[in-house]
Design a protein around this ligand. Structure first.
Ligand SMILES: Cc1cc2nc3c(=O)[nH]c(=O)nc-3n(C[C@H](O)[C@H](O)[C@H](O)COP(=O)(O)O)c2cc1C
Length: 396
């Protein structure tokens, strides 16, 4: 969820500074890129080297340090940040920001940013109850700065009461949710089809294809993580449904069509990652077909083209399709995009190793509605689904 998000973590001089190490470590594990700015007081509690080793980025303390590359550091960090998190936030930094004071690297960078700033305060209970602190916090809240609620409990100074730093997992959860809150996909209704379909020949035999459903399931998770309300219409797969996703299991192409039909009008986005069978046996034998002659002919009839059907019907909805091609891949896909009225098509070159149906990776070209194409190197399906969902959210 935090993949490729640039978060600037400000660490100030409180006893809870050591907990910022845990917070930074958790954010990094979730894929965020972290730049740490420490106040001078913070370095009395934890060393910059700790954060530098964890984040693998240079830690800034002094505004007048020789910059590592030539740029005005407080401005470049202020612009780069998707979000600022001050953890722990002392009464001092909150007071300084509330009064527009910019006398060190952290307060100056906060002053220079347009990004969201979140404070995770931590201080002695009496400091926390001090009306000056409350006024500063309320003033900042009115201006759109956010505060993570402190815990109540035993503080390092021995007091029992408010002002204890929120637990690291609560802080990280707050950060994740704030990206969801700002996500264009928040509360959007996203319908995703995944996997193959199967069509019976007789009570014991059926035809199907090699689709594993991995791409569709991964897309469902990515869209859910971005705050979308996701319905996954899945053909038979061995995959576990992502948490929080509404799953409708289907077998045949007709059932997949019916399920899409009953949700389409209401949805904002339809992602067609399934590989429904284009043909089905004309007749399904009631009894098991006996092994009699050396040749058995199976007559197939065409199934409904789900993508084309909803492409014609669409009004407000955006439709994203997939194409598995082996030759002339981009041109064929451009034709498919036009014919099916898609807003975007993701083209798999299934002739390549490590791409397509059963693989955990994929090699794709993405073509947009204006037929602009962008090719990507081999990627894990989870990474690719993040990228696709990011592009989808830009369509809204
Ligand atoms: C041992 C010790 C613990 C401290 N803990 C806190 C704290 O938890 N919260 C706080 O607001 N100030 C705390 N202070 C006071 C701050 O360090 C002090 O206000 C300092 O000026 C903050 O500077 P900064 O905001 O630039 O980091 C503590 C000071 C000491 C010596």
């Amino acid at each position: 969820m935090l993949k490729d998000k640039n978060i600037v973590v400000g660490v100030t001089g409180g006893i809870a500074a050591y907990k910022a190490v845990d917070v930074v470590s958790r954010l990094i594990k979730k894929g965020a890129n972290i730049d740490v700015i420490m106040t001078k007081s913070a370095t009395k509690f934890v060393t910059p080297l700790t954060f530098q080793s964890l984040s693998q980025n240079f830690v800034t303390v002094d505004m007048f340090d020789e910059p590592k590359k030539w740029e005005v550091e407080h401005i470049s960090l202020a612009q780069k940040a998707d979000l600022f998190l001050i953890v722990p936030a002392t009464a001092n930094i909150i007071g300084k920001v509330a009064c527009g004071i910019a006398d060190d690297m952290l307060s100056t960078t906060i002053m220079a940013t347009n990004s969201k700033v979140i404070f995770a305060p931590a201080m002695n209970t009496q400091m926390f109850r001090n009306p000056l602190f409350k006024q500063n916090m309320d003033k900042l809240k009115d201006l759109g700065y956010e505060f993570i609620k402190t815990d109540t409990g035993r503080l390092a100074c021995g007091d029992i009461g408010e002002g204890k730093l929120a637990q690291p997992e609560i802080i990280v959860d707050y950060v994740e949710k704030s990206f969801i809150k700002d996500s264009k996909l928040k509360d959007k209704k996203v319908l995703i089809t995944a996997g193959p379909t199967m069509q019976a020949i007789d009570p014991v035999r059926y035809i199907t294809n090699h689709s594993s459903g991995k791409m569709g399931y991964s897309l469902a998770k990515s869209a859910k993580d971005k705050g979308a309300n996701v319905t996954l219409i899945s053909g038979p797969t061995n995959l576990k449904a992502p948490k929080g996703v509404n799953v409708i299991n289907v077998k045949t192409t007709e059932e997949m069509f019916e399920a899409v039909d009953s949700h389409f009008e209401d949805c904002d986005i339809l992602i067609k990652a399934a590989a429904p069978l284009d043909y089905r046996p004309e007749k399904v034998s009631k009894n098991k077909i006996k092994k009699k002659s050396s040749k058995l002919e199976l007559k197939l009839v065409k199934n409904i083209d789900i993508a084309a059907h909803f492409g014609k019907l669409k009004e407000k909805q955006k439709i994203i399709g997939f194409a598995a091609e082996t030759d002339n891949i981009v041109n064929n896909s451009k034709k498919k995009l036009k014919a099916k009225n898609f807003d975007m098509i993701i083209v798999n070159d299934v002739s390549k190793k490590d791409a397509g149906f059963k693989s955990d990776t994929n090699i794709v070209t993405i073509v947009d509605k204006n037929l602009n194409e962008e090719s990507f190197p081999k990627m894990k399906k989870e990474e690719l689904s993040e990228l696709i969902i990011d592009k989808v959210s830009k369509l809204i």
